[in-house]
Write a protein that binds this ligand. Structure first.
Ligand SMILES: Nc1nc2c(c(=O)[nH]1)N[C@H]1C(S)=C(S)[C@@H](COP(=O)(O)O)O[C@H]1N2
Ligand SMILES: [Mo]
Length: 367
């Protein structure tokens, strides 16, 4: 008999040249919401407005029965409950998190998956136990290569049934700011963000920040699970590809004026308009942000605001003399590694790391 799961064993697909957004994409977009861009006004994103990306179902977790196993290539495996985790020294990190698929929906042709525009980002204060402390307690073997995180959520993806799992190189796992987090913005993790415990890997795209964490396993071989194979930059499905790791620089403008309900185009009054936004990069500190009010024909340097920590977005401001008519505003970030946002993003099959600036349509008109 044929395996009934064969109907789900279909490879990832790229949209036909004129193919509109599919109902499957709409379904994913309704489950996984982005940051309402006006919330770029806040340093810390309020609970419920941080973007969400969940591949499968949000699991129901009983906090009393929850355990975290730390095992694999370690000297002293651990089995922790919430109280013993909370009793360890705690640390808070201010982190801008972004989905690797942010910007995917603007690619041509469009890879079919969660169709993000630009809002797959948010900034939170995450509190928990430094992963380096936990790993020091268990004693990591000298020949360890990867640290593998397992979530309590379970699903099937391109025919492969799995618990959500990601491997992180040991050198990155030992970096000071990786957290086993149990608080977001001073309260327990909201259920959609991984209650009761998740991983936070500052500076990396979202996929490694495993939610509903139940196990940390140290491996002496490179972890080759689905999520590590899926998040790679490929032109062809058969290619090996480069792994997706750190966040590319991006600047986003807080949309000025007021919105048109359907198109989100902005309406602004003529005269002096203050522009504001946020910029971040997981590779190196943001050094410079440029703003264009003529769709990229000319650029002016924005004023970059205070540094609120290595892993968090920075504010920027600029001034615009708005004249009646239609305008397209743009912003682009430069970081200290020399990376700058491209005009056109390099295409890849997964639709990852598209940090091309998508612009803001503004109509300047009197009341
Ligand atoms: N267990 C688990 N962890 C997960 C995911 C998931 O589906 N399951 N999604 C990942 C992806 S792709 C992203 S972008 C971030 C999103 O985190 P957030 O929903 O808290 O913003 O979680 C990551 N961690
Ligand atoms: Mo993601």
């Amino acid at each position: 008999m044929d395996d009934p799961l064969d109907s789900l064993r279909v490879p990832g697909r790229v949209a036909d040249p004129d193919e509109g957004v599919t109902l499957d994409e709409v379904g994913l977009a309704a489950r996984n919401h982005g940051l309402p861009l006006e919330l770029l006004r806040d340093d810390v994103t309020p609970p419920g407005l941080h973007y969400v990306l969940t591949h499968y179902d949000i699991p129901a977790v009983d906090p009393d029965g929850w355990r975290l196993t730390v095992d694999g290539a370690v000297d002293r495996p651990l089995d922790l409950d919430l109280a013993s985790l909370a009793a360890m020294p705690r640390h808070t990190v201010h982190v801008t998190m972004e989905c690797a698929g942010n910007g995917r929906a603007a690619l041509h042709p469009r890879p079919l998956s969660q169709p993000w525009l630009t809002g797959a980002v948010g900034t939170a204060d995450w509190t928990g136990v430094p992963l380096a402390d936990l790993l020091a307690d268990v004693g990591v073997a000298d020949d360890a290569v990867d640290v593998v995180f397992t979530g309590l959520d379970h699903g099937i993806e391109r025919g492969e049934e799995q618990d959500y799992q990601r491997g992180l190189p040991v050198s990155e796992a030992l970096a000071g700011d990786v957290l086993v987090a149990y608080e977001m913005n001073g309260g327990p993790l909201p259920v959609q963000h991984g209650y009761p415990v998740r991983v936070v890997v500052p500076g990396w795209y979202g996929m490694g920040n495993v939610k509903w964490l139940t196990r940390i396993s140290v491996a002496t071989e490179r972890f080759d699970g689905f999520q590590n194979r899926a998040y790679r930059l490929r032109q062809e499905a058969s290619e090996e590809g480069e792994p997706v790791t750190r966040i590319e620089p991006r600047a986003l403008l807080e949309p000025p004026g007021f919105p048109d309900f359907f198109t989100r185009a902005r309406v602004v009054r003529p005269g002096t308009v203050g522009l504001r936004g946020r910029a971040w990069s997981g590779w190196a500190p943001v050094e410079r942000v440029e703003v264009s009010t003529d769709d990229g024909a000319t650029w002016q340097d924005a004023e970059v605001g205070p540094d609120r920590g290595r892993w968090a977005w920075r504010s920027f401001t600029a001034t615009w003399q708005a004249t009646p008519g239609e305008h397209r505003l743009r912003a682009r970030a430069h970081d200290a590694s020399g990376r700058v946002q491209p005009v056109d993003a390099a295409w890849n099959r997964g639709g990852f790391t598209n940090n091309a600036d998508q612009g803001v349509r503004v109509v300047v008109a009197d009341a």
